[in-house]
Design a protein around this ligand. Structure first.
Ligand SMILES: Nc1ncnc2c1ncn2[C@@H]1O[C@H](COP(=O)(O)OP(=O)(O)OP(=O)(O)O)[C@@H](O)[C@H]1O
Length: 245
């Protein structure tokens, strides 16, 4: 579904030019949940943003579904972008709009063939009762649920998740990972998750690429299973980590 060949992105840094992404090649299969992990500044978000053309490579080819993304006409590029949903670390909700209005927004900006209904996606993410609230009246986890509902409503064939849980605490992270896994099961899209959190990769991805300073250093088959045992409470988790580490 996604194929990158020798992709490089050069930026102007303080000490001259540098490659934020350096000769990266990878393939992500249809319906796969693929992780991209690396330290801050490794180039993860840049790689993710090539896929929906929010970022342009300096050289190399990015193909989605057999089409070279950067050879598309403006009109076809827009159609390509419409097939891709995205969720963000900071949720990117409009604070002056209600939950319902935020979720409905993509349908107001573009026409989609067979979108889901607001009711359906809000029910799916467990926010049916909060559709008239504003983002300021929601917890971080609830805000990300709104972000997920907004991405799902268009039935995207690809879902790009840029640090989807990095602003959340551990138990909320698990909840959001659960929602994303259910979304993948129910709607069957290709998912790319960019994160620096190993637990998130461990509990949701089938394969994972490791980026270091712009270089792809490995692609790992993730052994399925939870990232860590389930704890009955936050208190129990704190005790486990602080007393037994
Ligand atoms: N528009 C830009 N101009 C110059 N440098 C940039 C630009 N965008 C990103 N960079 C630099 O490119 C490098 C890779 O950035 P990127 O955001 O892809 O990394 P990341 O792995 O996603 O990091 P983080 O986890 O901190 O978001 C960083 O050094 C960043 O400062």
């Amino acid at each position: 579904m996604i194929k990158m060949n020798n992709v490089t992105r050069t930026y102007q840094g303080q000490d001259g030019e540098f490659n934020a992404v350096d000769d990266v090649s990878l393939e992500i299969g249809e319906n796969e949940i693929f992780g991209l992990i690396g330290e801050s500044g490794a180039g993860k978000s840049t790689v993710l943003r090539f896929i929906n053309a929010l970022e342009t490579p300096t050289s190399g080819v990015v193909e989605v579904d057999g089409t070279d993304v950067f050879s598309l006409s403006k009109k076809k590029l827009r159609a390509h972008q419409k097939g891709i949903g995205m969720i963000f670390q900071q949720f990117n909700l409009l604070n002056n709009k209600t939950v319902r209005e935020n979720v409905q927004l993509p349908l107001e900006l573009h026409k989609y063939k067979d979108p889901l209904s607001v009711r359906e996606v809000l029910e799916f993410v467990g926010l049916s009762g909060k559709s008239d609230r504003h983002p300021s009246q929601l917890s971080g986890g609830e805000k990300q649920r709104v972000g997920i509902a907004r991405a799902l409503i268009t039935r995207p064939k690809i879902l790009l998740c840029d640090e989807p849980t990095s602003a959340l605490d551990e138990s909320t992270t698990e909840e959001i990972v659960g929602v994303l896994k259910r979304a993948h099961e129910k709607f069957g899209m290709t998912v790319l998750v960019v994160t620096h959190e190993l637990n998130v990769i461990k509990s949701m991805c089938e394969r994972c690429a490791v980026l270091e300073k712009g270089h792809l250093v490995d692609i790992i088959d993730v052994v399925p299973g939870a990232g860590r045992p389930d704890y009955e409470s936050y208190h129990q988790r704190v005790l486990e980590v602080l007393k037994n580490a």
